[in-house]
Design a protein around this ligand. Sequence first.
Ligand code: MLT
Length: 263
Amino acid sequence: MSGVKRVNGVDLHWLEAGSGDPVLFLHGFPFDARMWSGQLSTLPGGWRGIAPDLRGFGESGGAGEPLTLDLLAADVAALLDALETGTAVVCGLSMGGYVAFALWRRRPELFRALVLADTRAEGDDEEGRRNRARLAETVAAEGSGAAVDAMLPKLLAMTARPEAIERVETMIRSTPPETIIAALTALAERPDSTPLLGEVTVPTLVIAGAEDAMTGPETARALAAAISGARLEIIPGAGHLPNLERPEAFDRVLGGFLRSLDE
Ligand code: MLT
């Protein structure tokens, strides 16, 4: 099932499945809500999965507008308010994790629990910012396909299934170039969220693909160590997108965490 609501000045589209306590799924860059369709269909009973297309991405409006992670967080907070969900388990992968941090900064009372997959709390360094500026120039000149060439080799484990590769490629190609460019600026300018980690008081699960070349097990270990009581799970045979690459393992870990919240 899916829906569209005008919130915070934008038409926000989301995918949804199940009923019960909400789990908010926040997608990575430059993907969309479809990256969570496997998780939506396998959520344990008693949970309602809500996966928005962030502003400018997927079927949401706002392509071509300037983006900040704070704006993306304000959008999803407004969506949760409009859907009257109350608190939610917030699950963000990579850029989705940065949005989760921005949401915590604004509205910590919305969180029932936190899942951080293949993400980091630190902001970009100088080299990272330069790389983003270069990619923005290439995408401006050549279109979204240039982001496939630049990113795909770093995203997936060597053993990635053709089906996962195809899904990732389809999502990147369908992301408007102006969204990719605006998001690259937002990513480069995001604040350091490290100071927040000591404030996180809700149950937290940190996940990383064992072969993630961008935010791998070392980053995940440090992230989990900085959040009181956080659980850490490393998914073998997966790169930066373990929910697509090793969905059975990812769903087992996520399902176990959700069930532990009811104990
Ligand atoms: C993502 O998957 O969301 C990106 O790798 C985030 C980033 O480039 O920092």
